[in-house]
Write a protein that binds this ligand. Structure first.
Ligand SMILES: [Zn+2]
Length: 780
């Protein structure tokens, strides 16, 4: 499969032009200044499926969507990314659809060129489409790209290797990737893809099967970072027909066996560098077929970083580097092992997938385990080990009766600090020993089993955290009218950085010890006046992010923006209006400063190109929360909170998008919110507004306290795109207290008439610190 033919452009000045999405990228081998350019053809029994380009090439990448242009500008400084290249490796489904082969002319092979082409092939080809056949063969085997698929590894002079792919099976079929730093620069749908699927998509639509239930049994040896696992997946086929299962499982885990009740032992192979295995079925199965697949696996698996709420991103910010890292008085942190959504520690679908589960985890006797699910009352049990003198082990059993997007477990040393039964009927919670809840199905839970466990040195904080968590849970339940899971554990772990992580049924709360010498101040998720912020944010994820899932990465604000806003609402309840106002003010500042990094709808990709986690948190967390706050002020509290309940009730245990939120809010308010979400979520610009006012003598009666017949006309004009947002204006009187007026700005020009209640001294429209608009006062 590695035979090379040799060719070059036919005439000087003519270039081999490879087109993937016409208009979005040009890869030119042999431009006008080409002296010696060569193209090697990779031939298989399916025809030409690859090319190696050597010589002086040119590449131009200029994506069509505005948002992607913005990301290319952030990466390259301009909306078109241009670079010369010396070598490129191309894989394609059908040669003829991407290039004109007739332009190539065969010529004698220069052995030095051939050697170089083979080297490029050897280095670049293992990066994609490669499967590992383990002990069957030591050769490298590739999967053929799909008919319209196209991949180019371009060794550019300016940016190292850039990878362009066109992959028809993806919902966003075009991607442009920087190999060196592992950054997605552009990811979007081609015109033909948009025509076939519409503007929005649910990643589930491309999933071939749906896992309904799991039975997972794992032994964790944390000090060796080793796990042995056995998972029974009960799944239902979604695709019209299916001959192969793609199952996600961490690359470092070795599959021992795959077994199906229907088909017996199954053959599997690993797709390299994709955290995925392919399981071949001996016969095609049809849609809605239910089957059970049991997978046994083991291997070394690194835990995921527990200290920060980051998805898809592993980033260290210079602002968080320990001030005195070598301080001998800083105690060594407890070893903590978190296996969660980034770990792929159990076999799963290629997308997050709501399922119920029973989970058993065996850990060394000196460790504690917390996992997704209600801990069975007879667990943990001590397990005898065969080897004499071997350390005893403990087996923990959990049951997740309500569906979760993914399952997680934490292994570390924990002390039980407190346990409460939180009752949701309006009575005060009582810290008596809880009864086992066996509620199943869709009925709302009447109570919640709440447990707080802490690292040994954090035990003093446990009771306070528990008391606060109880209050937060009750507050959220009162807003939403539901508590999605029957149990909730908080694991308070000492950590260098504050933060947390919240899978279903539990949260990890990182508590920095006071002596770590760390600072975490200048961040969109740090609120000095509100120390309960992280707890309130992580608890909110049980509703937003877990019970209500997001249907693709664009919709992550439905998790983070909502958790952030609910944390802000709790600040108001617990700490009062001033703290709430300061939290909102800070979220507004971050949101406005970082909005040009991309729209809320870009999800994890905001800040991704520059590895700037603060931009991500500013836009997805803070701007997302501010969008909710503006919507609330625009619709009024009653409509807004009814809309939230409607959205939650319709979305629970499913993956949804902004359009679902819009539908719920429109149903409750009876008005179109299309433009509201278009501007605030799908676009990244901010409104600019000019403001002026004038006083009119009106014929009607004036205010109750004189100035009869005077009206102030507040005049607003949006100078760019038309947004919808609330704006509070302050009327300053010479003879009475200032009065606030809420003006809904919902048109290009808004004139609001307010009867005056005294002698007007001035109007301030530029100091609303809860709206994301730039207001400039002008003379009328
Ligand atoms: Zn969060």
């Amino acid at each position: 499969m590695k035979s090379f033919a040799y060719a070059s452009p036919t005439t000087e000045g003519e270039a081999l032009s490879l087109l993937a999405e016409p208009g979005d990228i040009e890869i030119l081998a042999g431009g006008t200044d080409l002296v010696e350019g060569t193209v090697f053809v990779v031939e298989t029994n399916q025809g030409v499926t690859g090319l190696v380009l050597l010589g002086h090439g040119e590449m131009n990448f200029h994506p069509t969507p505005d948002t992607e242009k913005g990301q290319v500008r952030i990466f390259a400084g301009s909306e078109t990314l241009e670079s010369r290249f010396d070598a490129a490796f191309v894989r394609l489904g059908t040669y003829e659809t991407h290039a004109d082969p007739s332009i190539l002319k065969a010529r004698p092979v220069d052995p030095r060129d051939l050697k170089r082409a083979e080297q490029v092939f050897r280095e670049e080809s293992p990066k994609s489409f490669v499967v590992d056949l383990a002990d069957l063969t030591r050769d490298t085997w590739s999967i053929l790209p799909g008919e319209d698929d196209f991949l180019a590894e371009i060794r550019t002079r300016r940016f190292d290797t850039l990878t362009y792919t066109r992959s028809a099976s993806e919902a966003e079929d075009i991607s442009f990737f920087e190999r060196r730093r592992h950054r997605n620069i552009a990811v979007y749908a081609s015109k033909s893809k948009l025509a076939s699927r519409g503007r929005f998509y649910n990643e589930d639509d491309l999933a071939a099967f749906d896992v309904v239930d799991y039975d997972i049994d794992v032994t964790s040896v944390p000090e060796r970072q080793w796990i042995d696992g056995r998972a029974v997946m009960r799944l239902k086929v979604r695709a019209p027909s299916l001959g192969q299962l793609t199952i996600r499982l961490a690359d470092s885990l070795v599959v021992r066996s795959v077994f199906s009740d229907q088909f017996g032992r199954l053959f599997s192979l690993r797709v390299m560098n994709q955290n995925a295995i392919l399981v071949n079925l001996p016969a095609t199965v049809l849609q809605d077929t239910e089957m059970t697949v049991t997978i046994e696996y083991s291997g070394r698996l690194e835990p995921q970083a527990p200290e920060r709420e980051t998805l898809m991103l592993q980033q260290r910010d210079p602002a968080f580097v320990p001030a005195e890292a070598d301080d001998p008085f800083v105690s060594k942190p407890e070893p903590t092992f978190l296996y969660s959504n980034m770990s792929y520690w159990y076999p799963q679908s290629t997308v997050t997938d709501y399922a119920t589960a029973t989970i058993q985890i065996t850990v060394p006797g000196n460790y504690t385990c917390v996992a997704s699910g209600e801990q069975r009352s007879d667990s943990p049990q001590t397990v005898a080990t065969a080897a004499s003198g071997a350390q005893p082990r403990k087996l923990y059993a959990f049951s997740a009766a309500r569906p979760l997007r993914y399952f997680s477990f934490l292994v570390t040393r924990l002390n039980r600090a407190d346990r409460w039964t939180v009752v949701f009927d309006g009575d005060d919670p009582a810290p008596d020993p809880p009864k086992t809840t066996t509620t199943r199905g869709e009925q709302p839970y009447k109570k919640l089993d709440l447990i707080v466990e802490t690292h040994p040195r954090q035990t003093g904080r446990g009771k306070g955290v528990a008391e606060r968590a109880v209050d937060v849970v009750q507050f959220y339940e009162s807003l939403i009218g539901d508590s999605p899971y029957s149990a909730f554990s908080v694991a308070v772990i000492e950590s260098q950085l504050p933060g947390g992580h919240s899978p279903g049924y539990f949260a990890v709360l990182n508590q920095p010890s006071s002596n770590t010498g760390l600072t975490w101040r200048n961040d969109p998720a740090s609120f000095a006046a509100y120390p309960e912020f992280f707890l309130a944010h992580e608890v909110a994820h049980q509703w937003w992010g877990q019970a209500v899932g997001w249907r693709n990465y664009h919709e992550q604000w439905l998790s983070e923006g909502f958790a952030q806003y609910f944390a802000a609402l709790y600040a108001q309840k617990f700490r009062g209006d001033d703290v709430f106002a300061s939290v909102v003010r800070q979220m507004r500042r971050w949101a406005m400063n970082e909005s040009d990094q991309g729209p809320v709808y870009l999800g994890y990709r905001v800040g991704h190109v520059k590895n700037e986690g603060r931009a991500f948190r500013a836009v997805i967390y803070d701007k997302g929360a501010m969008v909710l706050h503006m919507l609330r002020r625009l619709l009024g509290d009653d409509v807004f909170f009814k809309g939230l309940r409607r959205f939650y009730a319709a979305s629970r245990y499913t993956k949804v998008g902004t359009e679902n939120l819009r539908a719920a809010m429109e149903a409750e308010s009876g008005r179109s919110l299309e433009r509201f979400f278009e501007r605030w979520i799908y676009n990244g610009t901010l409104p600019r507004v000019t403001f002026s006012y004038r006083i009119e003598q009106s014929s009607g009666p004036g205010g109750p306290n004189g100035s009869a017949g005077q009206t102030v006309v507040l005049h607003f004009e949006q100078t760019t795109d038309v947004f919808d947002f609330p704006l509070t204006v302050t009327l300053q009187y010479a003879d009475r207290k200032p009065a606030e007026v809420l003006v809904p700005i919902t048109d290009k020009v808004v004139d609001m008439r307010v009867p005056l209640e005294g002698t007007l001294r001035g109007v301030d429209a530029t100091h609303d610190e809860a709206t994301l608009a730039e207001i400039v006062a002008v003379r009328p």
